[in-house]
Design a protein around this ligand. Structure first.
Ligand code: ZN
Length: 343
């Protein structure tokens, strides 16, 4: 054992809180996170961590490479930060101060955590409300744009190409889904991409008279009750007040509390809203994926790429690349379809 490791061991033995914890044996890596090759060899230790080398692409890595744990040196602070995320929408600066980290780290951690939100995977059951809410297209924070003064959009009313649409779906049994679906008018295909297959048989979809929703319900063979928006309800239990209420709270948080968020991160902030809501119901332990989740890392590492695809596929806008692009490496091979990430 190297002297460094000896010291680490001694330190651990002197910490009483460690004694009752189950002994954690580091798992042995099975494949290369860069090229998925299984031809890997152990390649010594660094700071007590086993390193590996891939015989296919010659890159070295550890067990943390390609997971949310990658690059986090202060795990205990990260866990503390996670707890803080459940408490409310604090500005980055305040969060950084509270935990004692830099603003850049606070920014990275915030988005790491939000990329690790579990898809509710709901089977909507019983009366299920659906509505869309729009946010102004925004390039807040994007540097190096030719027309950087005009980062905001147009305040024109009605469906237009500056409106980012977020679909809100919820049943009365607390299954919910908030998904950024489109810039511009929502179509049946957009709704299908986001929530098809998430409905149980005994489900009644309630919405205002939105043609795409009616078409969606028909194609999915879901019972559908609709009403004129000016009526606000189809009578009795058939209304969309719950999703309307959620949508307007989210809108007020994004537009007022956070003073607008960039479209690139809108889904993340919708996830934050959901995280806090679930936290209020004591569900803190159920909303986040484990740090070793590969898909969560994929989303985090590819956020710019995913945003680019979203702009190119789901809007008529032109994607503009910011001047500097940070590469976060590893596992860029696949992007999964999940409703709480874009696409
Ligand atoms: Zn490799």
């Amino acid at each position: 054992m190297k002297q460094q490791e000896q010291e680490a061991l001694l330190k651990e033995l002197h910490m009483p809180e460690q004694i009752n914890k189950p002994c954690q044996v580091e798992p042995v890596a099975e494949s290369c996170p860069y090229c998925m090759s299984v031809l890997i060899v152990k390649n010594g230790h660094r700071k007590g961590t086993q390193r590996y080398k891939c015989k296919g692409c010659y890159k070295t890595f550890t067990n943390d490479t390609g997971t949310l744990d990658q690059g986090i040196h202060k795990r205990d602070l990260y866990e503390e930060y996670k707890k803080l995320m459940f408490e409310g929408y604090l500005p980055l600066k305040k969060m950084a101060e509270k935990i004692g980290i830099s603003i850049q780290t606070a920014f990275d951690w915030r988005h790491k955590i939000l990329c690790g939100m579990k898809d509710c995977g709901a089977n909507f059951d019983g009366i299920t409300e659906i509505d869309d809410v729009w946010f102004l297209y925004s390039q807040k924070g994007r540097k190096g744009l030719k027309y950087s003064r005009k980062r905001g959009g147009s305040k024109r009313q009605g469906d237009n190409n500056f409106q980012v649409k977020l679909l809100v779906t919820a049943d009365r049994k607390s299954h919910r889904n908030l998904s950024v679906a489109k810039i511009g008018r929502i179509t049946k295909a957009d709704i299908e991409r986001k929530i098809a297959g998430k409905f149980s048989e005994a489900c009644t979809l309630v919405s205002d008279k939105h043609r795409s929703i009616a078409a969606f319900a028909k194609s999915q063979k879901i019972e559908h009750v609709s009403f004129k928006s000016s009526d606000h309800t189809a009578g009795g239990e058939y209304h969309v007040q719950n999703v309307n209420n959620m949508a307007s709270r989210l809108k007020s948080i994004v537009n007022h509390r956070l003073r607008g968020v960039s479209t690139k991160y809108l889904q993340s902030y919708a996830n934050w809203f959901e995280l806090i809501e679930q936290g209020k119901q004591g569900q803190e332990n159920k909303v986040l994926k484990s740090n070793s989740d590969v898909q969560a890392w994929n989303t985090f590492a590819n956020v710019e790429k995913i945003y680019k695809q979203f702009i190119e596929k789901q809007s008529v806008r032109t994607y503009r690349c910011p001047t500097k692009q940070k590469s976060k490496s590893a596992r860029v091979t696949q992007t999964h379809h999940s409703s709480n990430t874009y696409l």
